[in-house]
Each structure stands twice: as C-alpha cells, then as structure tokens.
Design a protein around this ligand. Structure first.
Ligand code: GAL
Length: 852
C-alpha cells in the first residue's frame, strides 16, 4: 500500500490555484513575532491560570458531598473553593486506598469536579469572536458562561472548542463554570480526573481560519521540490459576504516553533467568503529542495496563513508540517522516504507517573529522551487521543506515532466505558482527532481501536475506518486485534488498510497466504507484556511480595518475553515491526497483581487458560494486593530504566557498543549458591569473569539468542565483569561490584537549568551509595527532600508499584537504591535552586540548577 503521491480530493467551494514562487511575494509578510506559543489562531492565549475548584460527589475518603444547586450561576458563592492552575488532576493527591481498584491506580478519581473562572474581555473587543479551547477534560465536560449553558464534550481524551461569544459580557466580568463527572466513566487504567490538559482563550475576527482549519499534505515529493497542498477553512461568522486575500508563507521551523528561513509563499485574492459558512480555499505551493522529515533529521516547516480584507489583516494562523513519504507494504515492511524503517515502538498510556494525568511538556520530553536513548522510534498512544504536546514533541524529536481513538466501541469492556457514548459521539470524536492531528509528520497510522468487543463486526469496522479516511486519506487505518483470526475470518479486517495484531502471531503464515489478506501490511500493535520490578531478583520464582523478578522472564499468559518476541519478529521479516507493551510503567493495571476481569477477554478462544486466569483473579480479589501501578514498563514509573531497557537497546541499537550485567552483586545470603548471570549486549559474544577468573565465553545464535546466560555461577562477593565482542573484536564491557554499606546520597538533575515559567520541571535522581560511590542495591532509606531558592517540590517517586506514600510528599523511601524528586521554579524567579536530600545515618547530598 503506497501512501506516496496520494492525491487528495478537495470538496472545495473555491478552487483557486497559486503557484509557490521561488521569488517570494512581498505582500505584507513581515511578522510581529518570529516564534509562537501554540499552533492555530494567533489570537490564542493561555487560559490555565486563576481557576477555582471544588470537588463534590465522591470524596477521597469514600463519603459523598452533595452537589449544591446553581453551581453554574454567576452569583454562586465560591469563596471556599481551592485556587488551582491548570493542567490539574484532582485525583493524584490521593490518598491511595487499598479498597479501590488496582486497575485504576487505587486512587480516588471518581467524583464530580467543578471549576469556575472569572475573566474580562475588553469592551473594545465587542464584535470579536471568543472561543475556549480545551485540549482535554476528564470527563463528561459541561460548560456554562454567565449561567448560560454553552455545551458538552463527554469523551475525556478529545480536544474541543466552545464558542463563548453568544453569552459573553464585553467590558464586564464573566464567570465560566465547568462541571466534570468521572463517576459516569469506567476505565481499565488510571484515567485521571479534571481539566488535566491546557486550556486556551481564542479571540478572532468573525472572519478567521476555523479551528484545525488547515489540512496540509505533500502529494508529490522529489529531491527538487515538494508539492504542498493546503486546504484552508476560513469561517465567515459575519453577516455579509466578504472578499478576502489569503496569504500563505512557508518557513523552515526552528526549535521552539521559531520561524526561520522563508522558503515559499503564495497569495490568493478576491476570495468570496459566504456569510455564516466555513469556506474552503485550496492552496498549492512548492517548496524547492525540501528537507525531508525523518527519524534522524526531523525537519519541519511552518505555514503561516494570513487572512486580509481591504488591506487589513484579520487573522494569522500557524501550522507545522513535514515533508515525507510513507509506504506500507505487505512484503517489505514500512518505508519512510523510500527507506525501510523497522517499527521499534512502545505503547504508552497518558499518565506521567507521580504527576498523574496532568500534562507537562518537560515530563513528556524526558520520557521521549529516554525512549530514544533505548532505540525506540515509535509510540502507540494506547488507547486514546494523546495530549497535543506529545505530537509536537514527536514531530520535533523524530518519533513515528500510531494515533489511537478508542478502547471500546458499541459493546464495552466495562459498564460505563465508551459504549455509552458510541452512538452519539464516535463520528465527532474521530473527526476531532483527525482534524487536530493530521498535519503532524510524526503521525503515520490512525487506529480506530484496541481489542474492542466488536472487532469481528464488518459494518462497524468499515464505518469507523471510512470516517477516518473521509477526513484523511493519506494514512492507513488500523485496529489492534486480540482476536486476529476471528477478525480476519469474519472479514472485518478487510475494512482496514493495515492489520494490527496484539500478541498472537501464531497463524500469520496462513493469513499471508489468504488472498484476502496477502497484500495487507501487518504489524505487532502490541507485544510482549513482560513484567518486572526494577532492582528485584528472585531465585526459583518470578513473583514475591507483590514484586516481580527483574530477570525479564515473566509475562501474563497472552504475552511473551522480549526475546521470544524478537524471535517471532525474525520469523516474519516482512512485517512492519512492533509496539511493546509498554515503554513506561503507568498508574493502574498492576497485572499480575490486579483483579480486573477484563483481562479474561484475552482468552476468549482458549477455555483452559481462561479458567486458570479466572482462578487467579478470584484469589487476588480475596487478597487485596497493594499494587497500584503497572509492572509492564521497560522503564519504571519514576523514569528509571529497568534491566529490560538494555535488552531492547542491545537489539534496537546494534551499532551502539554496550553491555549490561544483571543481577546486582550483593548476595551475602547466597555465598557459594547459584546466582544466574544474564548479559544484554549489542555484541555477538561475551566472556564473563568473576574476580578475574573466566566463567566462559558464550556466543549468540543469530535470530535465536538475544541475551547471554551463565546459569551456573556460584556467588562470591567481588567483581563481575563482562567483555563483549562483535565479529571477534572487543566491543563493550560492563562491571558489577559488590558494594559496601550505604554511606551517602547523591543527586543528579536531568537538566542544568529551568525556565521560570512555573511549568518547566527538573527531574532529579537520588542514589543511595556506598563510600566508593557504588549504588547500594536493596537499600530503602527514608529520604527527606528540600528545596532552597524560589522553587518547590512538585512530586516525589521511587518506582515501587506497591508504595502508598503520597506522590506529593517530600519524604520518600528509596526503592532499591533510587528515588526521584521533581522540582520547578516559581513564576518569575531568578538565581538558582538548591535541591537537598538527607537520610538518617547517611551523608547528605545537594545539587543546584539555574533558573532563567
Ligand atoms: C492488552 C491490552 C492492553 C493491556 C495489555 C496488558 O490486551 O490491549 O491495554 O491491558 O493487554 O498485557
């Protein structure tokens, strides 16, 4: 399937054609700003500050607080409400409760949240349109302005706009009220609660580029030129037809959305914009010698659209895009710009660990930086539309994205999941997703769902896929199947462009030979589901004390080890690649210590495995494990790599010389007993030494071995060293030493400086070390964190899936030698922040970061 040279059909009213000129048109193209803060209309400002919040309905302790009448009214007394700044997740403050469901993080996220905000719009703005844009609000958002009902958007992951203009008092005080109700929502993971993404106030002229009103494609790309097609939707909310000029300027994009060199421009005059309508205008423009967007060189462009009437600029609209070609083939995988790229992806849920669901760009950037370091090149936004910031970062950092809509369709997995919204909302939610995300070069695949109950339904599959195609025919449509044989047998999969298989590749050869699917590009939309706890190693068992051994050999019945998945992938080299479940640990779904019965859905065709799991779940329901976050992550909840990180790195970055030994080497209770040693290396051979004595050289069998294992090592304290080779030549080494007792703490920040915008975060890693600076395994001292200077501790974590310590606490027990403190500077602060860590009996540590 080729998505190269795809022609887009424009259902346009106006078909104006303008050629991009190398001699750029000079029509008033100077811009006040050379950077912008947000894509879309330039008249957008952040609306995150100055909100009031009150929680009704279910309270954190399980009692109920009755929702009063008239909460939306202008005169309602909100004196005792809490002041909050968005993004805000009302549930992440907990407390954790053992009686709450593990699958949603044992956090009290169900409740009714009300937000109110007072604001003024200048009298001089009368006649302007005023909109409010929510990037996401969990869930069942209802909005009132000055006591008048404005509208609703129930699905908590969709971005939506409301028009405030009809009820706005220009020059006077306005009161906005937002009600959210998570009691009406059910989830298989921690969804968060509240206005957990950014909110924007957008002021425009009645004539303006509509929301998500540019659709940019590059139907023809050669080295000499890229043909850029823009379908621009210009709304005329005035009362008369007007004649407008549309100017398009294309710039190379710099970091932080800076406009760099202008590379093309076009101008269309005399465009009739019908009153009360959204008018489509087609722009065709050529970029000479285009820089292609790729994983290694994620070059982007910015299109600046300006709308003019009688020489007056009425609107400016910013869009970013990339020039690249996509090809998805059944026999030769995925090609980006004509070059084969195996998809080395991870699935990611939307929470940010200790920060909860509240979106934060620094936290996302840290996640993506770590994933890139591991060699991942793709993200699946399981199982819902992501925050827009994720796509902006993916564009900038060079990640491919599988952009997913739903975890349920008409028949739900839980009583109150998307099944309750499906009939009325699926078209609107899918359309919103595609309109918002279709200019991002990182987005390469649309997904209509994940393991939905209706996955065999031919008509429903086709209907959803057709909605996405209607809005964007340039990307393939997929769906993640846990019943891939059923889906293919019924014919439902024929409604898709790309087959997504979750876990079960068993019958791939049969389907490759089936004429219905022989030409269908296919990939592992979800793989492995290996489970482990960082720094825990058990012998003779994988599971103990609600933790899981980090030898990376454990997984639920439907999953497999990473090694096994690599073997499977090697058997089917024509497939596109995989999305591992998951890149990071996430809040909720603590399989195998969760008792969520939706897990049984993975065994719909295997009665014996189903019966076994049913028994295990019944046992867990009785035992009430303390587990509140997942064990699936390759990286733990605090952002610390588990051993598996190096297994993926060894496979995904074969040219990076690296070797990694596990387990740690502090086993005083196992003197002379066997402690198996595993080595992950990008080399093909390695020799292990204990205290200088060789324990033998081992070689990987290509396509079969992905780790080297010394199973007969008898423990002696000292030094374990591995020497890895590639093609017979020394390649990389790693050393693991027995440490002394814990003596001191150390602190290392992921950044040297942070901005004083009240948003940017620094992530500081604490290690418990012996006197020689070696991290002490199995150490769990209680750490007290403090910050000096104009900053604050936002959250702490340690990656322990069973910890009930509050994420907001400044005290945190280290988990296997590590803990995390997340800090930010106060708005407008200068100087520096000193972050300190202390623990009884250990030498304290401090580190400093600059504030600018
Ligand atoms: C899959 C499901 C994911 C997650 C995973 C755990 O079946 O799609 O959402 O539950 O199992 O292994």
């Amino acid at each position: 399937m080729q998505y190269k040279n795809q022609q887009i059909q424009f259902p346009s009213i106006i078909r104006l054609f303008a050629i991009g000129c190398f001699m750029l048109l000079s029509f008033q193209t100077t811009f006040a700003q050379s950077t912008f803060t947000r894509l879309g209309n330039a008249g957008a400002t952040s609306f995150d500050e100055g909100w009031l919040f009150k929680r009704y309905g279910l309270q954190p302790d399980g009692t109920r607080l009755k929702e009063p009448q008239g909460t939306e009214a202008s005169g309602f007394s909100d004196k005792d409400w809490q002041q909050v700044t968005l993004p805000h997740d009302w549930a992440i403050t907990g407390p954790f409760r053992i009686d709450l469901a593990g699958e949603t993080g044992k956090l009290p996220w169900k409740g009714i949240g009300w937000y109110r905000k007072y604001f003024k719009i200048a009298a001089a703005d009368a006649g302007k349109k005023v909109f409010i844009d929510f990037d996401g609000a969990m869930a069942y958002a209802e909005i009132w302005l000055n006591g008048k009902y404005v509208g609703t958007w129930p699905y908590g992951y969709t971005s939506f706009r409301m028009d405030l203009s009809p009820y706005l008092l220009y020059g006077k005080q306005n009161v906005l009220a937002v009600k959210l109700n998570t009691e009406k929502w059910d989830s298989r993971w921690y969804p968060g609660a509240g206005i957990y993404r950014h909110v924007w106030l957008v002021k425009t002229d009645p004539v303006h580029v509509a929301r998500w009103g540019t659709y940019i494609t590059t139907p023809k790309v050669t080295r000499q030129a890229a043909d850029v097609k823009m379908e621009v939707t210009v709304a005329n909310q005035g009362s008369q037809e007007v004649k407008a000029t549309l100017q398009t300027d294309i710039f190379e994009a710099g970091a932080g959305n800076t406009l760099k060199k202008k590379v093309a421009a076009a101008q269309q005059k005399n465009i009739a914009l019908t009153a009360g309508k959204e008018n489509k205008v087609n722009v065709e423009i050529a970029i000479p010698n285009p820089r292609l967007w790729s994983i290694e060189t994620p070059d982007r462009y910015i299109a600046v659209t300006t709308v003019w009437i009688n020489g007056k600029k009425l609107d400016t609209y910013y869009s970013t895009f990339g020039v690249r070609t996509l090809e998805f083939t059944a026999r030769n995988g995925f090609l980006l710009n004509g070059k084969r790229v195996p998809i080395q992806g991870v699935c990611m849920h939307h929470d940010l660990g200790a920060l909860g669901a509240a979106i934060n760009t620094s936290a996302l950037r840290r996640q993506l930086t770590l994933l890139k370091e591991m060699g991942a090149n793709a993200i699946r936004t399981s199982h819902n539309p992501p925050a827009p910031e994720l796509l902006t970062l993916a564009d900038e950092m060079g990640f491919l994205v599988w952009d997913e809509a739903f975890d349920a369709w008409k028949h739900g997995k839980k009583k109150n999941d998307y099944n309750k919204l499906f009939d009325e909302w699926h078209d609107k939610d899918l359309t919103a997703l595609v309109h918002r995300d279709r200019n991002h070069p990182s987005v390469i695949i649309w997904s209509i769902g994940n393991e939905v109950m209706d996955q065999r339904d031919v008509a429903m599959t086709k209907e959803l896929a057709d909605i996405m195609r209607r809005e964007d025919p340039t990307r393939p449509i997929s769906n993640g199947y846990n019943d891939p044989n059923g889906g293919r047998e019924s014919g439902a999969v024929q409604g898709l462009d790309l087959m997504g298989v979750n876990y079960f590749f068993g019958q791939q050869a049969r389907w490759d030979a089936d004429p219905r699917y022989a030409n269908m590009p296919t990939m592992g939309s979800e793989t492995s589901s290996c489970v482990s706890s960082r720094g825990e190693y058990f012998f003779g068992t994988n599971r103990k004390n609600w933790q899981i051994s980090s030898y990376d050999l454990d997984h639920p019945g439907w999953g497999c080890t990473p090694d096994e998945q690599f073997r499977i992938n090697a058997r089917f080299p024509h497939l596109l690649g995989e999305f591992v479940w998951t890149g990071f640990d996430y809040l909720g779904e603590p399989t195998p210590y969760g008792s969520d019965e939706t897990n049984l859905l993975n065994f719909r065709n295997d009665p014996s495995k189903r019966a076994e799991l049913e028994k295990a779940l019944a046992e867990l329901q009785k035992n009430k494990p303390p587990s509140r976050s997942s064990y699936f992550g390759i990286i733990d909840l605090a952002g610390f790599p588990k051993d598996r990180f190096y297994l993926y790195q060894s496979h995904w970055r074969p040219n990076l010389p690296m070797a990694h030994i596990l387990p740690h080497w502090n086993w005083p209770d196992r003197l002379d007993s066997i402690v198996p040693v595993h080595v992950y290396t990008s080399g093909d051979e390695a020799e292990l030494f204990l205290n200088g004595k060789s324990l033998g050289r081992k070689k990987k069998q290509p396509g079969k071995d992905f780790r080297l294992v010394w199973d007969e090592v008898r423990y002696q304290p000292g030094e374990l060293k591995v020497m890895a080779y590639k093609n017979g030549k020394p390649w990389a080494t790693d050393v693991m030493k027995t440490t002394g007792a814990a003596a001191k703490l150390s602190l290392v920040s992921n950044v040297k400086k942070i901005a004083n915008d009240g948003k940017e975060l620094a992530f500081i890693t604490l290690r418990v070390e012996d006197k020689n600076g070696l991290m002490v395994p199995g150490s769990h001292p209680k750490i007290r964190f403090t910050v000096e200077g104009r900053g604050e501790i936002v959250a702490t974590d340690n990656g322990d899936a069973t910890s009930f310590e509050s994420f907001q606490s400044r005290d945190k027990a280290a988990f296997n030698g590590m803990a995390l403190v997340i800090v930010k500077a106060k708005k407008g602060a200068g100087g520096s922040l000193k972050i300190k860590a202390a623990a009884d009996g250990l030498q304290a540590a401090q580190t400093e970061i600059l504030v600018q």
